[in-house]
Ligand binder design. Sequence first.
Ligand SMILES: Cc1cc2nc3c(=O)[nH]c(=O)nc-3n(C[C@H](O)[C@H](O)[C@H](O)COP(=O)(O)OP(=O)(O)OC[C@H]3O[C@@H](n4cnc5c(N)ncnc54)[C@H](O)[C@@H]3O)c2cc1C
Length: 444
Amino acid sequence: MKKIVGTLDKSFYENIKILYPKNLQELKNILDVEKKIITIGSGLSFVPNFFSKESVSISLTNFKKFLKLDYENNIIHVEAGITVREVLNEISKENKYLKILPGWPEVTIGGCIANNIHGKNPYVDGIFQEIVEEIHLITPNSKEIIVANRKINSEIFYNTCGGYGLTGLIISAKLKINSIINTSFFQKKIFTNTQKESLDVLLKNKGSFCSYAWHDYSLGRKWGRGIVNLFYEKKNTKNTKNSKNLNKVETKFNLLKYTQPINFYNSLSIKFLNNLYIFFNSFSKEKNINLDELNFPMNSFPIYFWYLLNGRKGFIESQIIIPFSSFENFNSELKDLTSKENVSIYGNVMKVFNGEKKNLSFDGRGVCINYEFLNDHKNEKFFESYYNLVSNHNGITSLYKDSKISKEHINLQYNDKYIYFLNFLEKIDLNKKFNSIFSDKIKL
Ligand SMILES: Cc1cc2nc3c(=O)[nH]c(=O)nc-3n(C[C@H](O)[C@H](O)[C@H](O)COP(=O)(O)OP(=O)(O)OC[C@H]3O[C@@H](n4cnc5c(N)ncnc54)[C@H](O)[C@@H]3O)c2cc1C
């Protein structure tokens, strides 16, 4: 499935059958009538696991209420169709925020839980389930809402975080919130010659507020040179209530509306753009940045042009975690492979993770990298070898960012967690009512 930075082509969305229940009773009626269903959040995932040809997608757009705002105990209870932007704009009035945020504010809380997303500093903060206290959901076998947390229905709780919508419809959730300490940050860029150098810088600075690296993967001598971005809170800018720094988050672009007429990218243009990117960055090795720009960089950058230039073919995205111990070997083998198959990598971001494998969630200990490959049928042979490389190095691939990975490689990479998840689905959804392209892919 091709992708364009965040979403699929506009035409894809025009062909999904979506129902929008107005309230719980309407939702229950739909569940009684429809044979196959799956929930859709904002539809912004890189892999459309919110869809299948046999299912109707149920949108909880009308489930957006704040059920409780308990600022004293730092817990909020929100309906699952609410977006991250809507949550932030409410709780920031009390100088609160969500510690784990995706890079785009329009995604829903239901989507964040179901994909168990990660934020800016997964090494320190972990993944989304860390801030989920409780989930209220309708499972395939239950007609009423049930409560799941770490004590009650814990198996349902842990499988719903990272359950890709297959364990039930999340109606609402209780989330932990944090106080905003600072809204002004200092960004430092460090230029590196290899990914290993970048990794050393990232690990040395893992305590910074946020850190990530970008690399030049255009084929040639300079393969792997990069820029590490480190963000530190600025001293003496303690945030006070009603501070002017607390802007309302406004989304500037509707990512679901784009078609891409021009095919601009190829190995030459990528090389040229990477040189340009390094050149411009060398002029601003340090700068001040506010919280919104840091959280949602693509909302400040004129991403519109990037989308148009992606062309009709778009990109294939893949995001992986490779254990620290295999990282150097993995890199040199990837370099050989890309040059042998003449494949250029365009977008990419590298972060570090310090978690552990949990069900089918994207978590672990190692280096996380997302790659954007040009979507070209000539690259098929490359992809076969690419997934072998990831699996051979005990890596895992993100199942909500990578649409190409096969069931065999999911089995190899997630292993016993994969079998356990399938067994759990058998128990919780006897009639296989929840159906998506993801459930079709993973079933044995
Ligand atoms: C520009 C951009 C930047 C991004 N940056 C990051 C990032 O930094 N880190 C990261 O981890 N991800 C990132 N993402 C990915 C995005 O955060 C996730 O894919 C997110 O889950 C999308 O949420 P959504 O509301 O669009 O859900 P959808 O894409 O609609 O659905 C995602 C999954 O959740 C399920 N689901 C949705 N709502 C419910 C519900 N109420 N109950 C049960 N299941 C449900 C669906 O069935 C589907 O399987 C980014 C995406 C974009 C477009």
